[in-house]
Design a protein around this ligand. Structure first.
Ligand code: PMP
Length: 358
């Protein structure tokens, strides 16, 4: 079987052992005579899968009992509204750091609902916390830990903030060691490091979740989901099941610390090639460069179409940059194997050598 070297930004490659397990389980899950996607979310089979997934995630991220872990739908995009609706009231101020397209989208949605104070702005870096201009009173401060489009990432999160820190970790959750206790709320859509699209993981400190208020939507309330074990309505059972297998795979592979080690190694090798090259360029300062989304341009942009075509011939897929910024983007999520990175690097170096000859 020939699998592509798939560097898609999301939905993206899943670990091969997980896909094989899904394949094996599909017609007959553990002798039940049905597949996981054909049974009720309230059946004992699925409830067991759901509970196991949560337990394993709690274990690999060391999530304490003072946090709820929710498996939701609507993508990270729905969280752009959920967060302000649940962590603040109308008229209250909330703080956001702007450092790229995704934080921009979170801000745009929050502005429709609350008074938003921007603490710092940058397109190609993470303004350091000591430069942030803070609001006098706010209910939380929102950051995007990794900007998937530009390839800009937080290395170190602010410590001892006086308001709850909220992080969109859609593109780097489980790729780095974090201390969950530093955050009031973490959310991440699944389709990069967790599982199939259509599932969103939310880790939220219980005391931040307000009770349902008169006139407020019940569905748009974290507590409503938490009190029903994320089964307020029919969940995306397939994605939840696959996520559970991914969590098992992370645990069996050495946990998040090992994922982080691999992430540093993979991205380090690729940035080294870019930095040593006369053809590939990345202008982001090394301390902000994403370890999960490596972006670059070609010095001579007229070579781009040829680069893409040759890459595709070499079975290297989904490397075109986001339509907003162009160029190229190599997404190096947890499932990307070392051999794929080596294959890509060999291809890039060979392409550059061939160009130099012309
Ligand atoms: N935030 C970040 C950092 C993302 O990378 C993405 C998706 N690429 C989103 C939010 C939006 O996720 P979704 O499409 O699942 O709503």
């Amino acid at each position: 079987m020939s699998r592509a070297h798939n560097f898609s930004a999301g939905p993206s490659a899943l670990p091969l052992p997980v896909l094989r397990k899904v394949q094996a389980d599909l017609l007959n899950y553990r002798g039940t005579g049905t597949s996981v996607i054909e049974v009720s979310h309230r059946s004992p089979e699925f409830v067991d899968i759901a509970e196991r997934a949560e337990r394993t995630l709690r274990e690999i991220l060391a999530i304490g009992d003072d946090y709820w872990v929710l498996f939701m739908q609507g993508g990270a995009t729905l969280q752009f509204a959920f967060v302000p609706l649940n962590l603040s009231r109308p008229g209250e101020t909330v703080e956001y750091l702007y450092n790229g397209a995704w934080s921009g989208k979170a801000i745009r949605e929050a502005r429709r609902l609350r008074s938003v104070h921007i603490v710092g702005e940058s397109q190609d870096s993470v303004p350091p916390p000591d430069s942030w201009i803070r609001a006098e009173f706010s209910k939380y401060l929102h950051i995007t830990s990794n900007e998937t489009i530009s390839g800009v990432q937080f290395r170190k999160f602010p410590e001892q903030l006086d308001v709850p820190l909220v992080a969109d970790m859609s593109s780097d959750i489980l790729t780095r060691v974090i201390d969950v206790n530093q955050f009031g709320l973490i959310y991440a859509s699944a389709q990069k490091n967790v599982g199939p699209a259509g599932l969103t993981v939310v880790i939220v400190r219980r005391d931040l979740c307000r009770p349902l208020e008169e006139g407020g939507s019940e569905y748009l309330n974290y507590r409503a989901h938490a009190e029903r074990e994320s089964m307020y309505n029919t969940p995306n059972t397939f994605a939840w099941y696959v996520a559970g297998l991914v969590f098992d795979w992370v645990k069996e592979s050495g946990g998040v610390a090992e994922m982080q080690r691999r992430s540093i190694e993979r991205s380090g090798r690729l940035y080294e090639v870019i930095d040593e090259s006369n053809l590939y360029t990345n202008t982001i300062a090394p301390e902000f460069r994403s370890r999960t989304n490596v972006t670059f341009n070609l010095e001579d942009e007229s070579l781009s179409a040829d680069f893409l075509a040759q890459a595709s011939k070499a079975n290297i897929k989904h490397i075109r940059g986001h339509r907003l910024v162009g160029g190229f983007r190599i997404s190096l999520y947890n499932a990307i194997e070392c051999e794929s990175v080596s294959h890509l690097i060999n291809f890039m170096q060979e392409f550059e050598r061939e160009c130099a000859k012309k």
